[in-house]
Design a protein around this ligand. Structure first.
Ligand SMILES: Nc1ncnc2c1ncn2[C@@H]1O[C@H](COP(=O)(O)OP(=O)(O)OP(=O)(O)O)[C@@H](O)[C@H]1O
Ligand SMILES: [Mg+2]
Length: 140
């Protein structure tokens, strides 16, 4: 499935729609470079789960935890370079729970993603504001 958004608000709306499909236990693996809208998407997704405050890139903490209709662990793997780094984020501990895992910079942990991860690839569109979302493993 491919969806094009034309503003941060539309990207957030897409996140909200996807949140409605979640039952808990999903891993959403976000791919796509700096400023593509991964955090904007996550903000919308969290809002769709009833979480409204303080969603930002967890760049320095590596993982943020939010509680809404479901628990969300929001990772930023930008600085993760090794299996040990990844282990220390708690990723493996959260995998087999009912929480939703949202992972920015999934490029850095490809080998550790579960086979049923929902893959979300963001890329630039034709204009400054356009973002192309390619989503695998989830129907809207
Ligand atoms: N269609 C769009 N969707 C999302 N963001 C957009 C869009 N058009 C423009 N933007 C801008 O792009 C930026 C997206 O920032 P955001 O922090 O969400 O990206 P990111 O992928 O999380 O980056 P990083 O890898 O640095 O964490 C914001 O400045 C936002 O205003
Ligand atoms: Mg971000």
């Amino acid at each position: 499935m491919q969806i094009v958004t034309d503003s941060p608000a539309q990207t957030e709306e897409l996140g909200r729609r996807i949140a409605q499909q979640l039952r808990g236990g999903e891993v959403l693996a976000l791919f796509g470079g700096m400023g593509m809208g991964k955090t904007a998407f996550t903000r919308g997704l969290a809002a769709g789960l009833g979480i409204s405050s303080g969603i930002s890139s967890p760049t320095f903490s590596i993982v943020n935890e939010y509680h809404g209709r479901l628990t969300v662990y929001h990772f930023d793997m930008f600085r993760v370079e090794s299996w040990e780094d990844l282990e220390s984020t708690g990723f493996f501990d959260y995998l087999d729970t009912d929480a939703v895992l949202v992972i920015e910079w999934s490029e850095n942990i490809i080998g550790a993603l579960p086979p049923d991860a929902i893959i979300i690839e963001l890329s630039a569109g034709k204009t400054e504001q356009e973002r192309i979302f390619r989503i695998e493993g989830l129907e809207l």
